[in-house]
Design a protein around this ligand. Structure first.
Ligand SMILES: Nc1ncnc2c1ncn2[C@@H]1O[C@H](COP(=O)(O)OP(=O)(O)OP(=O)(O)O)[C@@H](O)[C@H]1O
Ligand code: SF4
Ligand SMILES: [Mg+2]
Length: 372
């Protein structure tokens, strides 16, 4: 990784520190081999298979993530979109093994990262791997930055801990990272605290922290929701250019299909804990095969709508995820609902005629279905 201000003064090939605290020899081997390019054999960076996460609450079991299935290529930016409460963040937290347990628990599935199932790693192995290979940018930087620690220290501690850098080298790297994310006079800002930065600048700092260890995957969970539109666009452009330059894969979580379309080639649409459609952005926009995706597209703000005209919203509310209906979860809000939709769960089935890798979960658009 190199910064705007020149190559960082770090070892060219940062290696994992000798992981003496990893519990098993197998674990040490697993963590060390991640990132070995020679060993990829055409596999994906991330393969999420039938991932299910639940919360065990006094009101019942919340089925937050239900058999979620998708993959992400090395260096790819993939969008995960859907309404509030559909399970986007819990999916991301489950991938990074950050779900608070209790009340949460990953109850099934696999999260294969660079060939290794993360759900089999011990917490220590996972902590090491997360810091080194997976960066996380949260929606609200104020709640994830430490208000009592300078930003320089927050960035350099991560670099020092995971890359084994000396204090001066870590500090140089922190300045390089601040420069790379577009903070002016980076060396002078290392001693500043988070409250001394604007909202957009704090989000840039979060991105610098997430990139401190040169991760293979950056998970960006609604990274711009709290920002105004102009700053949003700048942060998105920063993420796009950095991921391209550093060849970092990004899982971009957003409720805004427009943002996903501007950043990603492929998107997954989530509804009530399940992936209901996935495919190339052009195919999803051009020929959505799940009525919920169509409704999401129709509810986007548009420039060609008459001024003062009402924005179309999706009628009804997302379902309660405590004991949700086993069949189609969108049925109570769907204009195309038929008896079968209430009787059986539609699978996420391939729709090759509607685009490469296109898949949808809807009885009405299955072969012989009633939706054209
Ligand atoms: N700690 C928790 N305890 C109980 N339920 C939870 C907990 N965290 C999340 N949930 C539930 O899991 C479901 C999915 O939540 P999640 O935060 O993933 O939604 P989201 O798609 O990220 O929404 P948003 O767009 O508002 O961020 C919701 O029903 C939520 O209430
Ligand atoms: S399965 Fe039925 S209810 Fe569900 S989205 Fe398709 S048509 Fe609508
Ligand atoms: Mg969320």
């Amino acid at each position: 990784m190199s910064g705007d201000g020149g190559a960082p003064a770090t070892a060219a090939e940062p290696r994992l520190p000798e992981a003496a605290h990893i519990s098993t020899p197998e674990g040490r081997r697993l963590v060390a081999q991640i990132g070995d390019e020679a060993d990829r054999h055409g596999r994906k960076l991330l393969e999420v298979r039938n991932l299910s996460t639940q919360f065990f609450t006094p009101d019942g079991v919340v089925h937050a993530v239900d058999e979620v299935d998708f993959d992400l290529d090395y260096g790819e930016t993939l969008g995960l979109v859907g309404e509030s409460g559909c399970g986007k963040s819990v999916t991301a937290l489950s991938i990074a093994r950050l779900v608070a347990e209790p009340p949460g628990r990953i109850v099934g599935g696999e999260v294969v990262f660079d060939g290794i199932d993360l759900l089999r790693l011990s917490s220590e192995e996972m902590r090491l791997l997360r810091g080194r290979r997976i960066g996380f940018v949260f929606q609200d930087p104020m709640s994830s930055l430490n208000p009592t620690m300078t930003v320089g220290r927050q960035i350099s501690e991560s670099a020092a801990a995971h890359l084994g850098l000396s204090r001066p080298a870590a500090s140089t790297r922190a300045a390089d990272l601040l420069s790379m994310v577009g903070i002016p006079r980076p060396a002078d800002r290392l001693g500043d605290y988070p409250h001394q930065f604007s909202g957009g600048m704090r989000q840039r700092v979060m991105i610098a922290i997430a990139l401190a260890c040169d991760p293979m995957l950056l998970i960006a969970d609604e990274p711009t929701t709290a920002l105004d539109v102009t700053v949003q666009a700048q942060i998105m452009e920063l993420l796009r250019s950095l991921s391209e330059r550093l060849r970092t894969a990004v899982l971009l979580i957003t409720h805004d299909l427009g943002i996903a379309a501007g950043m990603c080639q492929r998107v997954c649409v989530m509804y009530a804990g399940r992936i209901v459609e996935r495919g190339l952005v052009d195919d999803i926009f051009g020929r959505p095969r799940m009525p919920y995706t169509r409704a999401l597209l129709d509810s986007r703000p548009r420039l060609d709508v008459e001024p003062g005209g009402r924005l179309r919203t999706i009628e009804g509310f997302p379902p309660d995820l405590v004991d949700p209906r086993p069949a189609c979860r969108f049925a109570p809000r769907c204009a195309h609902r038929r008896a079968v939709c209430d009787e059986a769960k539609p699978d996420l089935t391939p729709r090759p005629a509607d685009g490469e890798g296109h898949a949808a979960r809807c009885w009405g658009t299955e072969a012989g279905g009633w939706i054209p």
